[in-house]
Write a protein that binds this ligand. Structure first.
Ligand SMILES: Cc1cc2nc3c(=O)[nH]c(=O)nc-3n(C[C@H](O)[C@H](O)[C@H](O)COP(=O)(O)O)c2cc1C
Length: 349
């Protein structure tokens, strides 16, 4: 358990913001399975002011389940970020997170995302401007990387500047901008950041199993652990962490979960874009990545994936899911990342 401003976050295991993945239906699943928080994907501060359909989609959240609702913004200019923070609160945000880690050129060349790592003062001034715009009614958090590249590892300097600016908690993906998603996350820097700061530090990077999450906490002393790719196709990771013991879902349970996620994904996209005739097809196509993740490690998954790549209606994908999950005889224990009994209460108190 830890706090972000007035919000008690329990358990201290968080779903990472992931563009194209952390949409409302997946965030709701993460919460239901036991995540303490699930932040939206990055939303453009400037885009928020224009409020097109896509932005509406980003701003849709489940008021009953997503508590607190944490929304991530990206931008490089004080005024745009301050305005966006006010709009985010109007839209219901209870925590505003600032993206200071995105390595994508389109984002960094506007001075946003990981470009902010090159200028801790400017990063801090964004936090100050946003706090002022929302009059401290909601906490502002940030998510950084370790630095721009291996020659410019400055997460401690960044962390201190952000803490002094009034940042309520800091998440760090323990890779540099230059590393992208390759190489190994350097957890020792999470430990260094934790030692240097008073605000809660959230560790992130290469947590694939529930056991990894416990290891990260033990090795770094971080207040919470954020899980990205390890939760794709495996929201059960949050259940394992919440309950503190290994959990292996049956094939039937997996199938029912995928069916539910698929239907909710289609409903979500349809509600927000009901003017198009091909909305079901588009929504089904955008669910294919989830289908790949849910079938990861299962017997005959490659045939299943090949089949669903050509399907774009709910009915046909449902049939493919029944055929796959009802006939595969895979030993599911082999298909999920291994994690032995975990005592999360002992780890986090
Ligand atoms: C598909 C994808 C999309 C992502 N989008 C975002 C994003 O919108 N905002 C952000 O701060 N990080 C984003 N990230 C980075 C993750 O939040 C996380 O820091 C990274 O994946 C490392 O954690 P992991 O090893 O647990 O996956 C994204 C990562 C992936 C794989």
């Amino acid at each position: 358990m830890f706090h972000i401003g007035p919000h008690r976050i329990d358990p201290p295991f968080l779903l990472a913001p992931m563009a194209g993945v952390s949409e409302m239906p997946f965030r709701v699943l993460a919460f239901e399975f036991g995540a303490g928080l699930a932040t939206t994907e990055l939303i453009s501060a400037k885009g928020l002011a224009h409020r097109n359909k896509r932005t509406e989609q980003y701003l849709t959240f489940n008021k009953e389940i997503e508590r607190p609702y944490s929304l991530q913004l990206f931008g490089g200019e004080e005024t745009a970020m301050a305005n966006a923070a006010a709009l985010a609160v109007e839209a219901g945000a209870q925590i505003i997170d600032v993206n200071m880690g995105c390595p994508v050129k389109k984002v960094t060349q506007t001075g946003a995302g990981s470009a902010l790592l090159c200028d801790p003062k400017r990063a801090a001034s964004l936090i100050v401007a946003m706090r002022k715009a929302v009059q401290d009614t909601v906490p502002i958090t940030a998510k950084i990387r370790t630095g721009w590249d291996e020659h410019h590892i400055n997460c401690i300097e960044m962390g201190k500047a952000l803490e002094d600016a009034g940042c309520a908690a800091l998440a760090m993906h323990a890779r540099s901008r230059a590393q992208g998603y390759s190489g190994k996350a350097d957890w020792s820097l999470i430990g260094d950041l934790k030692d240097a700061l008073k605000i809660p530090v959230i560790g992130n990077g290469d947590v694939v199993t529930a056991q990894d999450a416990i290891l990260m906490q033990q090795q770094t002393g971080c207040d919470a652990v954020m899980i990205g790719r390890g939760a794709l196709g495996n929201p059960w990771i949050f259940r394992e962490l919440k309950e503190g013991k290994k959990y292996v879902p049956s094939l039937l349970e997996r199938k029912n979960l995928v069916l539910r996620h698929l239907r909710e994904h289609i409903r979500f996209h349809s509600q927000l874009d009901d003017t198009r005739d091909d909305i079901e097809q588009r929504a089904v196509r955008s669910f294919r990545t989830h289908l790949v993740w849910y079938s990861r490690g299962l017997k005959d998954a490659s045939f299943f994936r090949e089949r669903v790549m050509h399907l774009d209606t709910l009915a046909t994908v449902e049939q493919a899911l029944h055929d796959f999950f009802d006939t595969t005889y895979v030993d599911i224990r082999k298909s999920l990342p291994e994690s032995d009994a975990i005592d999360y209460r002992q780890a986090f108190g």
